[in-house]
Design a binder for this molecule. Structure first.
Ligand SMILES: *Cc1c(COP(=O)(O)O)cnc(C)c1O
Length: 387
């Protein structure tokens, strides 16, 4: 049995039961998310306060630009950076950031990207290790990515066409040039720097760390750990560049960002989600997650031939995690096989496969009553696969 203390927490605020079973009518099964903040699983669950804000503001008209300004100011105040805007996800923040760097507030330029970049700088430099799946957000603006493999190559690549230097926080320790030096190089050459820190929260400190360090622009997901709407993100940084990014965003119509709309509901609920996140006692959250993971570790490692290890990854998903692997001679199933079986079961349970062929479990997206279900289903499928 799991004790009340282990289960208590703020993850699952009581939500009113809808009169209609929307998912059921659609024939879409819900799942228990023991994987983490993944877009394919719809990211996160918005806390009740955030849902309330989303619904409450939906009933009045306002000026979208005025609301953008006001929410941006609140968010910049909460984070402690010069300026901020809400975007349609971190990926859209990166596109709007790049567009803003290219065009400033020049309407003719803003209308021409990504097709005609004449009169604009058209190269963005990035270290090879920092190319993750999101560089498309940058090249959407028509720029060329210049990929470098050493500090010297980075310095050599800088020229009069260099628009921006682009960095991915989770690969800080993988590339030859680390964040502080990267910022210094940008400043020395008067070239704006962008840090994709989309999934670098928690820790909470990541919200202000990179603008404080001197990055001109920082992109963060609103719908991961902050638990705003999944379709939101934050662009933080220099006031002139945020203004230029906004210039490329709705409500202006003939712009690269026109399809990246955020409306009053996303804007206000993002602010409330961030306010709530800033007030959260993260030490208590970590303690709760750690207790849950320790319990899972003990429970699941009771299955013979299964190895369960708890750890906290640096970036992304900097939360207590249980890594599972097993002796394939005794349990001849791949991580994919177990994942498929867990997904197909009732209830459906999602876990995150690891490169080593096993999988990871996290508890930060679980509702309290789901912890035991996850343990039981995982044990069951591993035992079933035994020869
Ligand atoms: C999730 C993620 C993104 C995209 O964020 P969205 O808010 O889903 O647009 C970009 N970069 C990294 C490193 C991410 O993990």
């Amino acid at each position: 049995m799991v004790t009340g203390g282990l289960l208590s927490g703020n993850v699952a605020a009581a939500k009113s039961t809808p009169k209609r079973d929307y998912y059921g009518e659609l024939g879409v099964r819900t799942c228990i998310n023991a994987a983490g903040a993944y877009t394919t699983l719809t990211g996160c669950l918005m806390p009740q306060e955030v849902v309330d804000a989303y619904a409450a503001v939906s009933d009045e008209f306002v000026s979208l630009n005025e609301l953008h300004d006001a929410v941006g100011k609140k968010i910049a105040g909460l984070v402690g950076c010069e300026a901020a805007m809400v975007s349609a996800g971190a990926s859209s923040a990166m596109t709007l950031a790049t567009a803003g760097v290219l065009t400033g507030t020049d309407e003719d330029k803003a209308k021409r990207i990504p097709v005609d970049l004449s009169g604009m700088k058209n190269e963005v430099i990035v270290q090879k290790e920092h190319i993750v799946g999101y560089s498309h957000a940058i090249i959407n603006c028509g720029v060329k990515l210049v990929i470098v493999e050493s500090r010297q190559e980075l310095l050599n690549a800088i020229n009069e066409n260099t628009a921006m230097l682009y960095f991915t926080d989770e690969h800080n320790f993988d590339g030859p040039v680390k964040d502080e030096e990267f910022v210094r190089i940008g400043k020395e050459h008067d070239i704006p720097t962008l840090n994709d820190a989309a999934a670098s929260i928690p820790p909470k400190g990541s919200l202000s760390k990179y603008t404080d360090m001197g990055f001109d622009l920082v992109a963060i997901s609103g719908g991961k750990a902050i638990r705003g709407a999944q379709s939101t993100g934050l662009l933080l940084g220099r006031a002139d560049l945020i203004k230029a990014a906004r210039f490329n965003a709705p409500p202006s119509s003939d712009r690269i960002g026109r399809g990246m709309k955020v409306n009053k509901e996303e804007l206000v609920s993002m602010w409330i989600a961030l306010e709530r996140f800033m007030e959260m006692d993260m030490d208590a959250e970590y303690k709760r997650w750690q207790t849950q993971i320790a319990w899972l570790e003990e429970t699941i490692s009771s299955v013979k031939a299964v190895k369960a290890e708890s750890y906290i990854p640096q970036r992304p998903n900097n939360v207590p995690t249980l890594k599972l692997s097993w002796d394939r001679a005794q349990i001849p199933a791949s991580g994919f096989d177990i994942q498929t079986a867990l997904r197909a079961g009732t209830p459906s349970v999602e876990i995150a496969r690891t490169h080593e062929g096993g999988f990871n479990i996290t508890t930060w997206m679980l509702k309290p009553e789901q912890l035991e279900i996850v343990a039981n289903r995982v044990k069951e499928e591993l035992q079933k696969a035994r020869v």
